[in-house]
Ligand binder design. Sequence first.
Ligand SMILES: *Cc1c(COP(=O)(O)O)cnc(C)c1O
Length: 816
Amino acid sequence: MAKPKLTPAELTKRIEHHLQFTLGEVADKENKQAYWRATCLAINEAVISKLQTTRARQQEKQVKSVNYLSLEYLMGRMLSNNLHNLGVFEAAEKALKNFDMELSDLCEQGADLALGNGGLGRLAACFLDSLATLDYAATGYGVHYQHGLFKQSFDQGRQIEEPDLWREFGSPWEVCRPEAAQLIPLYGHVEHQTQADGSVKSIWHPSVTFKGVPWDVPIVGYNSDTVNVLRLWESRAVDAFNWDLFNNGDYLQAHKTNVQAETVSKVLYPNDEHDAGKELRFIQQYFFCACSIKDIIARHQGLNGVDWAAFANDTAIQLNDTHPTIAIVELQRTLIDDYGMNWNDAWALCRKVFAYTNHTLLPEALEKWSVKLFERVLPRHLEILYHINEEFLNNEVNAKWPHDFQMRAKLSIIEEGAERMVRMAHLCVVTAHKVNGVAEIHSKLVKSDLFPEFDALWPEKLTNVTNGITPRRWLKACNPELSKLISKHVKKDWAKDLDSLKSLEKLADDAKFQKEFMAIKRNNKVKLAEEIESLTGVKVSPDAIFDIQIKRLHEYKRQHLNFLHILALYHRLLENPDMEMHPRVFIFGAKAAPGYHLAKEIIFAINKVADKVNNDVRIKDKLKVVFLPNYRVSLAEKIIPAADVSEQISTAGKEASGTGNMKLALNGAVTIGTLDGANIEIAEEVGDDNIFIFGNTVDQVKAIKASGYNPYDFYETNKELTKILDWLDSDFFTPGQPYELSAIKHSLLDGGDPYLVLADFQSYSDAHHALDVAYREPARWAKMAILNTALMGKFNSDRSIQDYVNNIWQLTPCAE
Ligand SMILES: *Cc1c(COP(=O)(O)O)cnc(C)c1O
């Protein structure tokens, strides 16, 4: 069983050792970075030794493993999480006391590993945590971006982006594995050789080769026997230097291939839910998929090569959205070209190992690559892709719908048109043995709206796995006071068995428990108020309602609906400063993709209105608005424990699941939300009395669009909407600069309001009124908050992983 845990004394010794010998530090208490690094290194020793025993055990038991392919991992900070998961958080606190250091201070020193944009990357991080916690053999594969998601600041209300330097001086958590480097060919041409038997063999002559160097980040399971690995590929030139050119005096040219190669893993593309179709992104995708496929095969290499029958039984490959789709073609190509397997056997194997998760129905996010680009970068892969498509259309589609050319065109992996395109999602669905959406409603829409023909062709293939979040990071570590209170009442290890929180249900009406629960909420709000003041200079009262919308900025998420409602409240307060209303602080956190113009205008408008509102003495501090800069995992961990209200207000049918909604509810925030994504399942768990649902449903949205939605109808008939939208054209918020905030109004009226903001406005406003009334009954509100925490068990990412294991991966745990 588990080895004895690190004692404070042992940890003290190791930290001292690293301070002195690894970092060459002479006990300078001001140098918190050094203490942070030494602590990480001390902990990482325990992590690495557990990693080695895990690997030995997994190899010995030869359990099936899952390979999670994702272009994004939004890991956040690692220190506090690793300490909690190893069960040595208190020991580390004591050890650091010996140096007069606060562990919580040191935890703040680490940079976030922000190798992702938003929900999709954070989901991958939560899943890795759960896989290790449940003792499943799993490897995460991704890109070792030199720069993760940009840092955000505001200059006079406008978003400024700066590069993220998360490992400027190296990260203590990663280990380079040069022995497992891979060579990745690209470009060139395909030669067709006729063989003696008359068959034609394709030989790819690539013109460029890059090297993939793996960096391993250990993933520590919570209170388990397992440490798995997140393997991130960095691209480098094969030859660090061209000596011929150098000797001829062309020093810069000598370095050029180097620069080209390093560009591939240089930066994370900052688009969330949007495919920009850039060549470098395509190469990034291929690069990391090809490295990962070679690595997966290498793990199965025995003395007599790879046992392919065993390979298919031991290996699952999960595609996190379509970003890693090219891995399918790469495996098929490898099996045929490099291992001499025949087409049908290779294809059967591909179909057995791959499964695909769909994350979005938004058309702008569905990846398509031009055939031309494919042909230039991966000519051999295009040939294989054509062959896959032909077999699919001629055999499977034709069998079901004989000679139906419309159906062929509709289902084809190739989209015909002025520019022929490869539909990556079609390739995924054709190949994968299972395709899952990420919440019940989303999976239903994947079947009915996105892929109805595929669903008819393969009725068992399309399925659902509702997303989840790890309760370790999103409650135990980020909300220590609430965790302590819970542990007093729940005997089980609730951070593993989150369903056990249900036993708090009976305390929801208990006056003493309510008092304790709400006192913790208030403490967390005091801390957040300090953070808000230090980040923005704005003072907010912890007695106000903290109303929170934190997520990427996107029209479908409708931060501008929240914004319009704030304008309405402000307008009402100016007309009637004594209006009955509990003081409210609206708190935003959101990055906009640098090229997303309207999203940036929304940030600007919120900041301008915040300026005005926060300094208007007429409204007597009843309303405050703050936009916290640089929203990221570590900031989320500070905001979420202090939330009273969780804004989940996407247009119904647009948010696949959402996971921010789960984190906030778990920490006792009450949701105001639409019947969209996982909100629907949250409402089922907590009951209609403990959530504020508003707005048009998926079916109503469809009906409104079908009957020809005209936003002017709402603008003209709703007098409050008329006033606040016209307000934006004035110079009230931007003195001397009228029309500076008009972009939002313009998109809502002349732009057709594609996300039905105006159609949902009144219903949203009414729900907010009901919420305000509820908050003014403290016992009622406390009960709602407690029940939200108590009833979130379903949204443990351990449950999601167990669903994947049961329905898609068929793994068995590998504990000691
Ligand atoms: C959870 C999380 C998200 C996803 O939030 P949604 O509200 O589901 O879009 C995005 N960014 C960060 C930093 C997160 O922690």
